[in-house]
Design a binder for this molecule. Structure first.
Ligand code: AMP
Length: 509
């Protein structure tokens, strides 16, 4: 089982089908994509001397070469190490050294900041060294065992050092198949638009699209530009994309401002962070039934639960409101449970840690048996997320366990407070954290980003909280801020906010 075979199969069946596009311009069809990937695979083994199991790092922008390198490396039995090009030089060095990468493909200026190991072969995709690798004979994908590693993805490391998540060929295949079963049945000719980094889950969504011989579209901006997406969708048609909730919000605001409804967009898969109920309701009001939510994490990418289009649109269901605020039901390849810290399952309606098992769950962390043992226990992945399952199988996420606030012995889930604050029309974004408190253990602090040009009265925020949630959950302080700190995937860095809060307290007044 080698996932590289998915490409050779599609290329044999639909050689003339457009495969990779840059904007609306066709870069190559499936025959050419498979040829380039196969030639690269041979180049990696014969010219560069790499052996199956060796690691190849990809420090690339979203670029048309991404897929040929990915499938070329897989064909040669190599392990791909995707690296977000926005990472700091020290973080890149750490990933290269921890993974023991032997080769690096890059599209970024490596500059003097990055200290590369002399043994690492670095190839810039814009050079003749790269094009020379694409000229030879084609390599047929080597046989791989289902449990051989294909994708070594470093967690975003919001706590401690990033860990290398080992995703096997089996993991990736089952994740890809779940897309058809639980997210969206891809048709030949559909287009997957890469507006989020291909080094993350959005890039893995190439798999179901390669399986179906769909088009892969690299936006000319290389990333997320709402106007570009709206225009590409209306020209290319049947476009699907993954977008983090903040991206969805910006896209919807832009569509609304221009009087557009997202024509040409087939599906926007959103996830990776909390989508507030008011935001998805607005998104559907503006763009209609184009949304599907997924919940996943690097350890089980994109494949824990899904909230389908049907569920999002089934407004007459008596539990529609709760479902809109949930992350949906277990995807077809996994089982989920909510459990006590020792792993004992909890009854429906009780809050605990979310555990997952099934084919898309990682085989472990690279070279880190201790962390693997803590995270994979008794066959279950301990996600570190806190949630609640209802009797119909819908999972609601509360928070990451580390984000939960304990004040006066009571648990406060920041998301609940955030949902309330977001009801205020002048609030654009919000993040709630806990601050150490001598008497209560922790107290609630809200960081609030006002909408541009709006004056925000924090008494009104307080009144909102008093009207909707228990008094003890109310923020004791509101701090207005221009922008929330986010990592390169757009996730709010609550650790940075906690540090900010502590540092401010240390300042003499
Ligand atoms: P990462 O491993 O960087 O992809 O981060 C995964 C984490 O993002 C999960 O463990 C959740 O805490 C969060 N997350 C992912 N999907 C969702 C979602 N649909 N709603 C809320 N949080 C999510």
């Amino acid at each position: 089982m080698n996932v590289a075979r998915l490409l050779t199969r599609s290329a044999r069946t639909f050689p003339e089908q457009d495969a990779v596009l840059v904007g609306t311009r066709v870069w190559c069809n499936y025959r050419e994509l498979a040829r380039r990937a196969g030639a690269l695979g041979r180049g990696l083994t014969e010219r560069m001397g790499l052996q199956p199991g060796d690691r190849v790092a990809l420090l690339l922008h979203n670029c048309p070469q991404y897929l040929e390198i990915l499938y070329g490396a897989w064909a040669a039995g190599l392990v791909v190490v995707p690296i977000n090009h926005k990472l700091h030089a020290r973080e890149v060095e750490y990933i290269l050294s921890d993974s023991g990468a032997q080769a690096l493909f890059t599209s970024v200026d490596l500059g003097a900041d990055l200290r590369l190991d002399a043994r690492l072969a670095a190839i810039d995709v814009g050079t003749t060294d790269y094009s020379a690798l694409l000229t030879g004979e084609v390599l047929s994908p080597l046989q791989r065992a289902p449990d051989d590693i294909a994708w070594l993805f470093y967690t975003s490391g919001t706590t401690g050092r990033p860990k290398g998540v080992m995703q096997t060929h089996r993991n990736l295949l089952s994740m890809g198949l779940c897309y058809f079963a639980d997210v969206d049945p891809v048709q030949r000719g559909d287009a997957s638009l890469y507006a989020a980094p291909m080094s993350h889950g959005a890039g893995l969504y190439n798999l179901p699209h390669v399986m179906a011989a769909a088009r892969h579209v690299i936006p000319e901006s290389g990333g997320f530009d709402p106007d570009e997406i709206l225009s590409l969708a209306s020209r290319l048609r049947d476009v699907s994309l993954f977008a983090a909730p903040t991206m969805v919000k910006r896209l919807v605001e832009r569509a609304m401002a221009r009087g557009l409804d997202g024509d040409g967009i087939k599906t926007i898969v959103y996830g990776g962070g909390p989508m507030y109920a008011a935001d998805i309701e607005q998104a559907i009001a503006v763009m209609g039934p184009r949304f599907v939510q997924i919940y996943g994490q690097g350890e089980c990418p994109m494949a824990i639960t899904a909230l389908s289009r049907d569920h999002l649109m089934n407004r007459t269901h008596p539990r529609h409101a709760q479902r809109m605020g949930s992350v949906g039901v277990a995807q077809s390849s996994v089982e989920i449970r909510v459990a006590q810290p020792d792993g004992t399952p909890l009854p429906f309606g009780e809050i605990g840690e979310i555990l997952v098992r099934g084919d898309p769950v990682m085989s472990g962390y690279w070279g880190n048996l201790e962390a693997t043992g803590q995270t994979l226990r008794d066959g279950w992945l301990h996600t570190g997320d806190i949630g609640e399952l209802d009797a119909d199988g819908f999972l609601s996420l509360k928070d990451r366990s580390k984000d939960m606030i304990i004040s006066g012995g009571s648990n406060i889930y920041p998301r609940e407070v955030e949902e309330v604050l977001l009801r205020h029309p002048c609030v654009r974004e919000v993040a709630v954290i806990g601050r150490p408190h001598g008497e209560w253990g922790e107290e609630v602090v809200a960081y609030v980003v006002p909408r541009p040009g709006q004056a925000l009265d924090t008494d009104e925020l307080d009144a909102l909280c008093l009207a909707h949630i228990a008094r003890f959950k109310r923020p004791r302080q509101y701090r207005l801020i221009d922008e929330l700190p986010k990592n390169s995937y757009g996730k709010v860095l609550k650790t940075a906010l906690r540090e900010l809060t502590l540092n401010d307290r240390r300042q003499p007044t």
